[in-house]
Design a protein around this ligand. Structure first.
Ligand code: NAD
Ligand code: MG
Length: 386
């Protein structure tokens, strides 16, 4: 396999650091060209000294000189802010851009990378939630691959290898159910951020961990799946599987189902996306059936975990509505983490935003930016005035 040159956007986060672990163990296959972070300058500097990328980008401009000083005697160019990030992802040496940054901030650099013909290893699901139609169209026009990193979507992608001419009847996205599986509204009304941050199976960044507890993560993944696999809403189902071993399932037109299984470890889907179409040998722990005598499945509770129902509604409505729920969700999750809003109130704010923000059927990029901005202001007002 020819060595692939990788840009990691969000290298200091949960996905970013695990991607670097994969690259560290496969130095002949992969080389790092860009590392980026929003504010964790210390870790970014440490990563740069180890991996010697051509560029690092720090989002927080107040930290720029600190990073420059630390790296000035090395041949590493230090850049700052979103505009420079969008420029540098177009570097002709790059083969794959791993979008491991969190939230709406992923949209612009992903667009820049696609326009420059870079394949995308997509962890940043928010980009497809906000602008799935635009992004998938752009990828098609520029003949770039979008390789899913999200474990469920990687599972479906892997099940589809060799099935190019066989239409999908249905997909089942599996959900762990998060730390509050089986709980009712009374319990959820008073849960704390510490409880919500304790995911039973995965260690992830704070935002996606709260999204997993509220089932918004699964809602965002339903929208992500629609665009990645070109599905109708009726073809997407969610099934709760608390052990997180079956990562998702595809059902074909003959009723046959294919699933992808493995221990919950994000290094596997990251490695598959970076190495695609090759599988790379590793020594990670193997799944043992005897440790999991029961793999169980149950219906998701959309009545109690309203975010999942709201995400389906947003997908049904289309246009800029998924952008609205994404922006509102980013605001309420940040405020939940600041102890300024209760767990169940997050859904109230999201629903209010869906009803309030002007609907646009065919949004342009500018419309998405404006919808995101407007929704954040409105959601913030709702949180503050509550
Ligand atoms: P994280 O919070 O651990 O890391 C986020 C990274 O993005 C950090 O490097 C941070 O510096 C950078 N960043 C944050 N805000 C930014 C901004 N405004 N501009 C530029 N960079 C910014 O998050 P994570 O858990 O690694 O998740 C990253 C993405 O991957 C998310 O979209 C998440 O939904 C998706 N994802 C994560 C996991 C997981 O296991 N962590 C699994 C599936 C999908
Ligand atoms: Mg997932």
């Amino acid at each position: 396999m020819k060595q692939k040159v990788i840009a990691i956007l969000g290298s200091t986060g949960s996905i970013g650091t695990q991607a670097l672990e994969v690259i560290r163990q496969n130095a002949e296959q992969f080389r790092v060209c860009i590392l980026t972070a929003q504010s964790n300058s210390k870790l970014l500097i440490q990563q740069a000294l180890e991996f010697k990328p051509a560029y690092v980008v720090i989002g927080d401009e107040t930290k720029c000189s600190e990073v420059e000083n630390a790296l000035k005697s090395f041949n590493i160019k230090v850049l700052c802010g979103m505009d420079e990030l969008c420029d540098v992802v177009t570097d002709p040496n790059i083969d794959i851009v791993l979008t491991a940054l969190v939230g709406f901030a992923g949209l612009k650099p992903t667009i820049a990378a696609i326009k420059a013909g870079k394949d995308i290893a997509l962890a940043n699901k928010e980009t497809l939630v906000v602008a799935g139609e635009m992004i998938t169209q752009l990828a098609e026009n520029h003949k770039v691959k979008i390789l899913p990193v999200d474990s469920e979507h990687s599972a479906i992608f892997q099940c589809l290898v060799g099935e190019e001419n066989n239409p999908i009847e249905k997909i089942y996205l599996t959900a762990s159910g998060g730390p509050f599986l089986g709980k009712g509204g009374d319990f959820l009304a008073s849960v704390t951020k510490t409880e919500a941050l304790k995911h039973p199976n995965w260690i992830m960044g704070a935002k996606i961990t709260i999204d997993s507890a509220s089932l918004m993560n699964k809602g965002l993944e339903v929208i992500e799946a629609k665009w990645l696999f070109n599905l109708e809403i009726s073809q997407i189902d969610v099934i709760v599987h608390p052990q997180s071993i079956v990562h998702s399932i595809v059902q074909f037109q003959d009723g046959s189902m294919k699933a992808q299984l493995g221990l919950p470890d994000m290094k596997l889907p990251i490695q598959y996306a970076l190495g695609y179409p090759n599988r790379i040998k590793n020594e990670y722990p193997r799944f043992n059936f005897l440790n999991y005598p029961n793999l169980t499945f149950e219906q998701a509770d959309k009545k109690t975990f309203r975010n999942l129902a709201l995400a389906f509604e947003a997908l049904e409505s289309g246009g800029n509505t998924p952008c609205v729920i994404n922006a509102a969700n980013e605001v309420v999750v940040a405020e939940f983490l600041n102890n300024r809003i209760g767990f169940l109130q997050m859904s109230d704010v999201i629903e209010d935003c869906m009803n309030k923000i002007t609907f646009l059927q065919n949004p342009s990029l500018e419309d998405y930016l404006e919808t995101d901005r407007e929704t954040r202001i409105y959601a913030q007002e709702l949180v503050t005035n509550r």
